[in-house]
Design a protein around this ligand. Sequence first.
Ligand code: SF4
Length: 411
Amino acid sequence: MDADIADILGLFSDEERARVVEKAMAGHDLNVDEIELLLKSRNQDLLALGIAANYLRKKTVGDIVTYVVNRNINYTNVCILNCSFCAFSRDYRSPEAYFIPVEEIVKMAEEAWNLGATEVCIQGGLPPKMDWKFYPKVLKAIKSRVPEIHLHAFSPEEIWYGSKLSGMSYSEFIGTLKDAGLDSVPGTSAEILDDTVRKKISPGRISSSEWISIIREVHRQGIPSTATIMYGHIESDAQRAKHLVLIRELQKETHGFTEFVPLSFIPYRTKLAEVVGGPPSASEVMALYATSRLVLNKYIKNIQVSWVKEGPRFAQMLLDFGANDFGGTLINENISSMAGAAHGQFMSPVEIRRLIVEAGRIPAQRDTVYRTLKVFDGIQSSTPIPLETIKYDETKFGNYWEMVRKWRYKA
Ligand code: SF4
């Protein structure tokens, strides 16, 4: 055994946990019970778990921490579902219901491209009587104006909705989106891939097997996606462990996931807050990150920290618990902000680089599929990207609600 690994294993107070970590560090797959044991690590064993995850991260991807310059476009907040963890959606009759016209979405994408963004992430609710042609239409319209921008769009839930509305199979609908310019798919709407949890927090939403079938088909058509977990609400450690195993097994089959993104639940303005007292503890978050690295390292090498959910300072710390990606600039992030996250709707590239350098790592800008665009020697704040020079300008990018008010939803 590598002397470094023996030293790390010696840090654990629990022999069984040390055995599980040794198995993972030797490259073997962990089972649900073993993963659950790691997720329960606290105190000395939590720190030891972090050191093990950090060791694996360094061996696998080195000290570079990547980020992407992107913009979120949430085209509508109108939704027929009523997920108890969602503070973003509105009934179609609400005075706050909006739908951004295609031409305006194109302008937002063009503006992002001109500011240095390489990606737009397009997601929204499920409005009643939606015209399914909107989905391919908006992709085509953006590509015709800004052909090089990467279109990261439509969660499996939206793909499910579009396929139902159009009468197409998943395969036909995904093919239609691909022909229209879809480059990759956000692996959101996974929440916890366990139907007992899903039925309680989001009745009416796609099932675990539907999520897996849609992602499998997306990957089969050569379209990459991210993988996510939204945790820290009513699920157990065993259900989190099962979720990690499902993601790992799907990746072994398709190789289509580019990254794994743990998303801790922000409860403050959601209905689920009545049941869940607060967000998951720092210990739970650290254990989830470190365990994800140990479980997925061989199959999904990129683990993203969400500065929106965790805040910049805790995000820095999670880079030492297995993460190697800082996510995106996210101009106009509003899903987490609506739920009560207090870390803003935008982070400039120079600020991201500063946080990475302060954490003792090397910043690099990447594209959506993890091709390195530029490795930075320090913070380098003087690079001539327009986004570097702006502060978050509420009059330009938000207050998002002020901006979208003018596109009032018409039933
Ligand atoms: S999470 Fe998505 S599907 Fe659920 S209510 Fe919110 S917008 Fe609708």
